[in-house]
Design a protein around this ligand. Structure first.
Ligand code: SF4
Length: 637
């Protein structure tokens, strides 16, 4: 029986330590499905390594395992990186590569790489079993087979220890596969016929297991929870198990199906938040996406949830066929007019492989980017500028930012007293090994040393540039680091540079994959398309605003003898934040953080020079956003 490693690569992000939600449930289901095969040896790449190692470090880790089969769960956000990993693994030694996941569809040319030996369409358990015990099963190079019966009767893979929920204190529970609806933009239903429901005793066992282990959150992955037969009875049982309310439950539901009785039972079971797709109120758009919606009942259902303390998180889509800018604005107004604006998510339409909209894009007049996330560039009703205008309207009406800049972290030392000239790289311990998260360039270091360090970078990483470092040298470092990590986002932080850094020249030497996934995903962060994977931060004690380009921010370097009072901060309101680096004791900074905490963080972008204090600040002000264990800072080699 061959040895197997299964991996799921995360959504790329700026800010090391942010929760990724990159939980390898699909891999755990595959492992569970072959556990009775004699000699089966399936490893799942641990979440902390998969989510936070840069390309070179992660590939090295995978190569060292010397598995005979490497499998990847592929989504739009990791497709190109997974193909790159497949190429690296395949060319380094004898192994076979399997791709499965939502992105693997017959019509997706980007997924059909010569480095991939087998493509699994749809659910994977049955095909994976065949591949492991029948050498001839590999020959077609692609395959699909229903796993409905297996799914219906199998226990959650958490119960057998195939997957551990403690890393993000979040458990995923798949209670249903398939969806009764057929929305034109959605891939979900295209890979299988009909619906299948996990047996109730297995679900309740998983729920009881989570209660025993005091898991904080469970996300029920049902695309549409209300489609489950006997849901109300199941909720009574869940309420009994979760009587203390210790577990917060999340899921997706059609609001029209929520009557008073269902809302009561959802609240009693511990539901806290529901994602609810409205997408549009435009009748023509609803018709073309084959999503009939009774708006009055939709509002009543969402309000019933809200009245019971459950947040209805409303989804809207910009760029739907049949819709236009005035129609989108009416949809935003509709949400506001009915008091449903607590949590609104707005997505530009993606033309995903395998969907009805992908198949009919010409007929529907949809022009879209050919690479993930396949965002619509224009449609009959939306010009390219209309997308920006739509976001502007939604942001001003809903008083929120849909594309905030990454959190400010300009920390540069892991010791209380240290001059920048004497500071070294900052490392974090992940999976028992030390990796470089902040590469310190306070002098010109040998390029061989940089090459060695480039193999140990995290995802994302920062390059900290001291004032004496020449631009030509920095370019060489960036070329080395990004060539070794072509999919890993990075931030370059300049400390008191003698002149303004020329970011376009620096971007010209960067060897990142272009377009990077973030170039598409964060397209609307700035008005023009372009670089979104490299962030530039300038730290200076000069408060005059000098830097204002795309992906550029300027931060005041607070090195005054005392910590700032809150009334000192408005002086820097025109800048993008303040790096607090005062020569005071750790105890004073801790007291400052405790005193101002969230109220300061809501108004100003604040960072701390000491990485350990920075970590404390991030966790204090965004407790749901970060995984503390990823930011175990250590200084030195
Ligand atoms: S968008 Fe939701 S309701 Fe529509 S087909 Fe997809 S999973 Fe089903």
């Amino acid at each position: 029986m061959p040895s197997v490693v299964l991996s799921q690569l995360p959504i790329p992000r700026h800010n090391l330590g942010r929760r990724t939600g990159n939980i390898p449930l699909g891999a755990a289901c595959l492992k569970r499905a072959v556990q009775d095969l004699p000699g089966a040896s399936v490893q799942i790449l641990p979440q902390e390594l998969a989510s936070y190692l840069g390309d070179a470090a992660l590939i090295e880790h995978l190569q060292k395992i010397q598995a005979e089969i490497y499998g990847f769960t592929v989504f739009s956000w990791n497709l190109q990186r997974s193909v790159y990993f497949a190429e690296k693994l395949k060319t380094a030694g004898r192994c076979r590569i399997v791709f499965g996941g939502p992105e693997i569809t017959p019509d997706n040319d980007l997924a059909h790489s010569a480095f991939v030996d087998f493509h699994v369409y749809g659910e994977g358990e049955a095909v994976f079993r065949r591949l492991l015990h029948d050498a001839d099963a590999w020959a077609p190079g692609r395959g699909a087979e229903s796993a409905a019966e297996w799914f219906r009767t199998a226990a959650s893979p958490y119960l057998d220890g195939m997957i551990n929920p403690t890393f993000e204190n979040l458990m995923l529970l798949e209670t249903q596969r398939g969806c009764p609806y057929r929305c034109g933009f959605c891939y979900y239903n295209k890979s299988r016929q009909g619906l299948v429901f996990a047996e109730e005793p297995n679900l309740l066992r998983a729920m009881a297991w989570a209660v025993d282990r005091q898991i904080a959150e469970i996300y029920l992955l049902d695309p549409c929870l209300n489609a489950r037969p006997h849901l109300k009875e199941l909720l009574v049982e869940i309420a009994r198990l979760n009587a203390g309310g210790g577990i917060r439950l999340f899921s997706e539901i059609r609001a029209e199906a929520v009557d008073d009785e269902l809302a009561d039972r959802l609240a009693a079971a511990g539901f806290y938040w529901f994602e609810i797709g409205l997408q549009s109120t435009h009748p023509q758009a609803l018709r073309l996406m084959d999503r009939p919606t009774r708006l009055r009942r939709f509002v009543e259902g969402a309000q019933r949830l809200k009245a019971r303390g459950i947040t209805p998180s409303i989804d809207l889509i910009i760029g739907l066929p049949g819709d236009d800018l005035p129609g989108f604005r009416r949809s935003v107004d509709f949400v506001l007019d009915h008091g449903l604006q607590d949590d609104v998510q707005i997505f530009p339409l993606s033309i995903l492989p395998g969907t009805d909209f992908r198949r009919r894009h010409r007929e529907l007049g949809l022009r879209y980017e050919p690479h993930p996330p396949y965002a619509v560039a224009s449609s009959r009703g939306f010009s390219p500028e209309d997308f920006l205008l739509a976001y502007d309207y939604a942001e001003s009406r809903l008083d929120t930012a849909f594309f905030p800049m990454p959190d400010l972290d300009a920390s540069w030392r892991a010791a209380a007293a240290c001059e920048m000239e004497a500071a070294g790289d900052l490392r974090v311990v992940i999976g028992g090994r030390r990796y470089v998260a902040k590469l310190m360039l306070n002098r010109e270091r040998p390029l061989d040393e940089i090459r060695r360090l480039a193999e140990q970078l995290t995802l994302p990483y920062q390059v900290l540039v001291g004032s004496g470092v020449e631009s030509d040298y920095l370019k060489k470092v960036l070329a080395i680091a990004t060539a070794a990590n072509p999919f890993t986002p990075l931030e370059i932080v300049f400390f008191e540079p003698s002149g303004l850094p020329r970011t376009q020249e620096l971007l010209a030497v960067v060897r990142l994959q272009r377009p990077h996934y973030l170039d598409g995903d964060l397209r609307f962060l700035f008005a023009r398309p372009g670089n979104r994977a490299v962030l530039f931060t300038l730290v200076s004690a000069d408060p005059a605003v000098r830097w204002r380009g795309d992906m550029e921010r300027q931060v005041f370097w607070w090195r005054r003898s005392k910590l700032p009072e809150i009334e000192d901060l408005p002086e820097f309101e025109d800048l993008d934040g303040v790096l607090i680096d005062a020569p005071v004791s750790t105890a004073e900074i801790l007291a400052w953080q405790n005193r101002f905490g969230r109220s300061a963080a809501e108004r100003y972008h604040i960072s701390f020079a000491d990485a350990r204090l920075q970590k404390r600040w991030l966790v204090l002000t965004g407790p749901d956003d970060y995984v503390e264990n990823v930011m175990n800072w250590e200084a030195g080699k």
